[in-house]
Write a protein that binds this ligand. Structure first.
Ligand SMILES: C[S@@+](CC[C@H](N)C(=O)[O-])C[C@H]1O[C@@H](n2cnc3c(N)ncnc32)[C@H](O)[C@@H]1O
Length: 256
């Protein structure tokens, strides 16, 4: 998947709001990034959210604090985020265009950096954190939605030799972070019907991996394979998708 292709995909998607799919989530692990962030942050905290999308999560789940900078490399996502900001009435939040891999922020400045389902360069993150500051990562791992990927014989992350969680974990350690924890996050997601499940799969790059076909952004989803998955994975009338996420918490060690 080419980076340029991925940016064009996000420019077309424009937001990252899944409310319309009415997904029911059953969490098998109780680690929650937002709970942790809200617990640790104070009114004086400065928070950076990388790859913020349309700002949905920042506006809804981040704490009220001194400063939140939320960035994304897609101008379209930032436009959506600014519209959402106006409607939210929240203060001290700024959205700006920035590539996570070419970060343009002050050194030793933030108390928290959050990167949820977006690429990171832990070395650059380390530089912009204050001593004692925290990095929180949430990601989608190699075996996410695996039963679905097996039926479609393709999908995001299936070609990677090492699970993405391990690659991230190693990079975070190599960047110099301490107290690094890697937490597997298992979630059962339920969809109420075929229509909403298909619409979801057409929006997210799970089986089509950002649309390897440059012209189409996701191949059409094969109806016979979709029906096979639904037949094998319907419980109490709802379609189940097994998610494999991971969380990473790490700290920039305080200088002694
Ligand atoms: C899967 S969405 C996640 C959005 C949000 N963090 C959330 O969890 O709801 C990924 C976001 O990362 C952004 N993104 C992908 N690669 C990026 C990069 N290199 N630099 C900055 N943003 C990036 C995309 O534009 C998209 O908005």
């Amino acid at each position: 998947m080419k980076e340029e292709n991925e940016l064009t995909y996000y420019e077309k998607v424009k937001d990252w709001n899944f409310d319309s799919f009415e997904i029911e989530s059953d969490y098998l692990t109780n680690w929650n990034l937002y709970e942790l962030l809200n617990k640790l942050a104070t009114k004086d905290s400065k928070i950076l959210d990388l790859g913020t999308g349309g700002g949905e999560k920042v506006l809804k789940s981040f704490p009220e604090c001194k400063e939140i900078l939320a960035t994304d490399y897609s101008q379209e996502m930032i436009n959506t985020a600014n519209e959402n900001l106006k409607k939210s009435g929240r203060k001290n939040i700024t959205f700006k265009v920035m590539d996570n891999l070419k970060m343009n922020v002050p050194d030793d400045y933030f108390d928290f950096v959050v990167a949820r389902n977006t690429p990171t360069d832990p070395k650059q993150i380390y530089k912009c954190l204050k001593d004692g500051g925290y990095l929180f990562i949430h990601g989608v791992d190699k075996f996410d939605c695996y039963a679905l990927k097996l039926i479609f014989k393709r999908g995001q992350g299936t070609d990677s030799l090492k699970p993405i969680s391990i690659v991230d974990y190693e990079n975070v350690l190599e960047a110099g972070f301490k107290n690094v924890e890697l937490i597997p996050l298992h979630v059962r997601e339920y969809f109420k019907n075929r229509e909403s499940f298909k619409a979801f799969l057409q929006k997210v790059p799970i089986i089509n991996d950002f649309g390897d076909d440059k012209d189409k952004f996701g191949y059409p989803i094969e109806d016979d394979l979709l029906d096979q998955y639904i037949e094998e994975n319907t419980y109490n009338g709802k379609i189940r998708l097994l998610r494999r996420y991971y969380g990473i918490v790490a700290q920039k060690q305080k200088k002694i």
